[in-house]
Structure formats: structure tokens, C-alpha cells
Ligand binder design. Structure first.
Ligand code: ADP
Length: 169
């Protein structure tokens, strides 16, 4: 277990709206990393709140949550992915660039494609886990074990009774 280093990448609604998936995939591919999970979804508020619990109480907390929920965009969906490989966290943080797109390296994803809105929202295109521990917490939050094509972390079998699940009709 824990053989491969993994990182959570979320292409935020601004990244999807601006049609940036090809550029982002190209950069991740060129970094020699392997895609092992992906989900397209509109983020429920409870998931956004758990994901961003470390910034709760900050003045930009609410707008950051609203940004991830897609409130500011016609497209409200995101693409959540798990990438694996040596130095995955460091490499992807480097590709993403600094948190504030206006201060980010122009060669980075945030520096090249991000902006700060007139309301002060960091439209920074992409989320990347900040370290290995956060990556594990976030990957377990966004994905179930069967949605990931690698055994990244310890799993256990559990019989869930009376759990409502959608199946093909
Ligand atoms: P990162 O996403 O680079 O790991 P943080 O974890 O510090 O950065 O912040 C989480 C998110 O909160 C950022 O991606 C950004 O959307 C938002 N954010 C952080 N700092 C600010 C700020 N000073 N003003 C506006 N939004 C911010």
C-alpha cells in the first residue's frame, strides 16, 4: 500500500468554462504522471465545505466555496482527478503555480489562464493537493476505492445494509 504517490486535481468551473481541459491534460501528461481516477460533477456544498475546511473563517471563504460550486458560471461542473507517479504532489503544485493567479508564474496553469475577478475571487482554474497527507485526505473525500484504478490506500470490506444506491434500470 502507498506504493505510488498520488495527488488530487480538481479543474474548477472556470477552467471547464474556459475550455482549458486540453492544455491541462497536456501538461499533466508531459509531467509523466498517470491518470488513475476521474469524476465529472457539480460539487455539493457539503463536499466543498469539507474540502476547504482549512480556510473556514477566512474573509474569502464564502466566495471560494461559491467559486467551486460554480455559482459564478453557466457551467457549474468540475472535473476531479487522481494522478499518480514519483513526485506527483510537487510536480502538480509546480504546474498549478501560486494561489493568486496574478502573482503566479506566467508559465504555470494559474499564471497563464487564471485571473482575479472584480469581486476579488481568485479564479485560479485548478486545485492541487498541498502535500501527501492532504492528498490522502482529499482523495478519500472525493473518491471511493472502487472509483480508483490503483490500490492507493488501505481498504476494508464492509457489508452495508439498507443503503440506497442507484443502479441501471
Ligand atoms: P491553494 O489552492 O493554492 O492550495 P489555499 O489552500 O491557501 O491555496 O487556498 C484555497 C483556495 O482559497 C485558493 O485556491 C483560492 O481559491 C482561495 N484563496 C486563498 N487565498 C485567497 C485570497 N487571499 N483571496 C481570495 N481567495 C483566496
Amino acid at each position: 500500500m502507498g506504493k505510488k504517490q498520488a495527488v488530487l486535481i480538481v479543474v474548477k468551473p472556470d477552467g471547464i468554462s474556459k475550455g482549458l481541459l486540453p492544455q491541462i491534460f497536456t501538461r499533466l501528461n508531459e509531467a509523466g504522471l498517470e491518470l488513475v481516477a476521474a469524476r465529472v460533477l457539480q460539487v455539493p456544498r457539503v463536499l466543498a465545505a469539507e474540502h476547504y475546511k482549512h480556510i473556514r473563517g477566512k474573509p474569502f471563504y464564502e466566495t471560494t466555496i461559491r467559486h467551486l460550486l460554480g455559482v459564478y458560471y453557466k457551467n457549474k461542473k468540475i472535473l476531479a482527478m487522481v494522478y499518480c507517479g514519483a513526485g506527483a504532489v510537487r510536480k502538480c503544485r509546480g504546474l498549478a503555480g501560486a494561489t493568486n493567479p496574478e502573482g503566479a508564474d506566467p508559465d504555470s496553469i494559474r499564471g497563464a489562464y487564471g485571473c482575479v475577478s472584480s469581486a476579488g475571487v481568485f479564479e485560479n482554474v485548478i486545485h492541487v493537493s498541498s502535500d501527501k497527507k492532504e492528498a490522502e485526505r482529499e482523495i478519500k473525500l472525493w473518491f471511493s476505492p472502487e472509483e480508483i484504478s490503483e490500490n492507493l490506500y488501505k481498504i476494508k470490506a464492509k457489508i452495508l445494509k439498507s443503503t440506497k444506491k442507484q443502479v441501471w434500470a
